[in-house]
Design a binder for this molecule. Structure first.
Ligand SMILES: [Zn+2]
Length: 373
């Protein structure tokens, strides 16, 4: 749900996306500003003035959240961690980093970059408000709201529950002290879950007090936080399980080469059904053109099998992600999840040594899970 979004463009090589759920928060913030906040603070404003101020404030709030997220990413990139994209959604932003930070110090820097940006922005808006007071009422109203919302944003993000920024700060300290990333993640994400439950109970309490909008909202944030904490821990545990194991260990070997002119019918009858193999490199003159897997075959309607050639059904090599036999499995997992692809090809000096599909990785993980390793 959080992966998709409307592309907004690229900044520092990071693609910015707006998830559809973000429009909910935009509408809610604009509405509450226009209907409650501005009419309360400035009763003499017309509805149109309040609405214009509401929209401008919401857009600046959006820019503030973006700046917070962007600073995390810029610092991460400076420390050598590529950041793919930032997606803004209903509760803020998610930076898609391709790796975990390498050291506790890096993690601390990346985690603090966001809240520090929010604090700086809050102070800037506060200074604008302070200097202009009591003139330029229109600007004052906007600046004051942005002053406290940015500080609130920093405060919320500094709650020490993983995967919030404060939880990352906590994790970096535990990681630095115990030299154990997984254990640190476990503690920090358990606190994250605890905070999530606290929010849910707080939300339910508020609902019983009759504050059902605030209560519902708080409980929703809590529920989201609890889920995120569980998910982030699982991800780190999974990476820990894969680390130190290489592509060679799980790849499907002996993929027999086939010529590009073969029809799918011939491929199925003469190669797939008789050998039980699942991957077939398409080669001419020992040059690899691409790969045909069972899912490529399935994508073609059965009626077209007698005429369709493997060269048309294959995934061309340049469209596939490749790893070397000695590459870490965490890299393979990253490729599979980031690229939304079903398999990576293992190349050894330009030759196909094997293929790793999602199922290969899954059975490796399951097996190790069952053995309690
Ligand atoms: Zn943050």
């Amino acid at each position: 749900m959080l992966r998709g979004g409307i592309p907004l463009g690229r900044v520092f090589g990071i693609s910015l996306k707006l998830n559809y759920t973000w429009f909910i928060i935009f509408a809610l913030v604009t509405w509450s500003l226009t209907v409650y906040y501005f009419p309360d603070a400035f009763p003499e404003w017309s509805t149109v003035t309040s609405l214009v101020a509401g929209i401008i404030t919401s857009l600046l709030f959006f820019c503030s959240v973006l700046a917070h997220e962007l600073m995390h990413s810029i610092v991460a990139q400076k420390l050598g961690i590529p950041v793919h994209s930032i997606t803004l959604f209903v509760f803020g932003g998610v930076s898609q980093m391709s790796e975990e930070p390498k050291t506790p110090k890096d993690e601390l820097r990346i985690a603090l970059a966001g809240p520090l940006t929010s604090i700086a922005l809050g102070l800037i808006f506060g200074a604008i408000w302070y200097w202009l007071n009591p003139q330029y009422e229109f600007v004052l109203g906007i600046a004051f709201w942005l002053f406290w919302i940015n500080l609130a944003l920093a405060a919320f993000n500094l709650i020490p529950g993983f995967p919030l920024d404060g939880g990352r700060v906590l994790r970096s300290i535990l990681w630095w002290r115990n030299k154990d990333l997984q254990k640190a993640t476990k503690i920090a994400s358990n606190i994250g879950r605890g905070v999530g439950y606290l929010f849910i109970f707080g939300g339910v309490f508020l609902v019983f007090q009759g504050l059902w909008i605030n209560g519902f909202w708080l409980a929703l944030i809590g529920w989201f936080l609890e889920n995120a904490a569980v998910g982030s821990y699982q991800q780190v545990a999974l990476l820990g399980m894969l680390q130190g194991h290489t592509a060679r260990e799980v790849m499907t070997r002996d993929c027999p080469a086939i010529p590009p002119g073969l029809t799918l019918d011939e491929l199925v009858n003469e190669h797939v059904l008789t050998t039980g193999r699942r991957c077939f490199p398409v080669t001419t003159d020992s040059r690899v053109l691409g790969l045909v897997t069972l899912s490529d075959i399935r994508a073609v309607p059965r009626s077209a099998w007698p005429t369709k050639r493997v060269s048309e059904a294959m995934t061309p090599l340049e469209k596939m992600k490749s790893v070397s036999p000695d590459d870490d499995l965490s890299k393979v997992l990253r490729y599979l999840t980031e690229g939304d692809i079903n398999q990576v090809v293992v190349l050894d000096n330009g030759d196909i040594a094997g293929v790793i599909g999602r199922d290969n990785l899954l059975s490796f993980i399951n097996l190790r899970g069952e053995l309690g390793a």
